[in-house]
Ligand binder design. Structure first.
Ligand code: HSE
Length: 297
């Protein structure tokens, strides 16, 4: 028995919602081929020769399925063939896609014993392998689609939100920022005045999403805590953000832990113009990039 899952990229944080908000893109997506085995083992293969850890405990798709096997009282295993289409270290949920795709496919092959929250719980084991921390803001939108709010990690409380019809322009400058490093540089203390601005923005953003109030979404896409620190790792970030907003983007910022940058727009035409500005910026900086326009999926 075998199954193929397409697991799309995701944009975590949504600027002000560090570790609690995320959206699902429609592309790119990892293709995960999963086969049910009658031996209690996990076999990992990379379809296109992309170097991926073959030890399941060290692989973002393998670790969640190892946890799942421990909870099953049947002697089964899985072969996972990973077609890696989302570049690791890009900031659009590469590790989450492989983890969530493997879990969703394995769950299907077992006859769907696990609900979405349990699947997210397993997939978070993949995030622990990738970044050292079990965050759910990429795996949750990958499994639910749309935009998700993680109200709490322990116990896991995931709230799927309505997804407004918004276009997402993404640019991935070809520099690698490891999530673990981008987390290590964050300050552990937050001044109260910044925390107040931040939770005002998070509440505004969630309200804007639920009411489909685009100007409110735009006003709320501000980050007073994480972006000032992490943006120093991304050449051209501040100028690019300013130009994109001047050209009509609702707003945006660092995608996940970077280096990708995303911008939300209300029309495909604006999103394409924003993509043009992104391309121009990195051409001028002499940095290779990939860029695309997606919808919230
Ligand atoms: N919330 C995580 C972070 C997402 O920003 O570190 C990583 O993709």
């Amino acid at each position: 028995k075998a199954c193929i899952a397409y697991a799309p990229g995701t944009v975590a944080n949504l600027v002000c919602g560090f570790d609690i908000l995320g959206l699902c893109l429609d592309s790119p997506a990892d293709k995960m081929e999963v086969r049910l085995l009658d031996t209690a083992e996990i076999i990992i293969k990379s379809a296109d020769g992309y170097p991926l850890p073959e030890d399941p405990a060290l692989n973002t798709a393998g670790a969640p399925l190892l946890e799942m096997l421990q909870d099953l009282d049947q002697k089964v295993g899985f072969e996972i063939i990973i077609h890696k289409r989302i570049k690791p270290g890009s900031g659009i949920g590469s590790s989450a896609a492989s983890a969530a795709g493997a879990v969703a496919a394995a769950n299907y092959l077992l006859g769907s014993p696990f609900d979405k929250v349990q699947q997210i719980q397993y997939a978070m084991a993949g995030e622990k392998v990738a970044s050292g921390v079990k965050h759910a803001d990429n795996v949750a939108p990958c499994i639910y689609g749309g935009i998700t709010l993680i109200r709490s990690i322990a116990p896991l409380d995931v709230i799927p939100l309505a997804a407004p019809d918004l276009y997402v322009s993404v640019v991935h400058p070809q520099i690698e920022v490891r999530t673990a490093d981008a987390r290590a540089i964050l300050r552990q203390q937050v001044p109260l005045k910044n925390a107040i601005k931040q939770w005002g923005n998070i509440a505004g953003l969630v309200t804007g999403i639920l009411k489909n109030d685009l100007p409110l979404i735009g006003r709320s896409l501000e980050d007073h805590i994480i972006e000032p620190v992490r943006s120093t790792l991304i050449p051209g970030f501040q100028e690019l953000k300013k130009s994109c907003k001047e050209a009509g983007a609702l707003g945006g910022g660092i995608s996940g832990s970077g280096p990708s940058i995303f911008m939300l727009s209300s029309s495909r035409q604006t999103a394409q113009a924003i993509e043009g500005i992104m391309q121009e910026t990195y051409k001028n900086l002499g940095i290779d990039y990939h860029s695309y326009v997606s919808m919230i999926n």
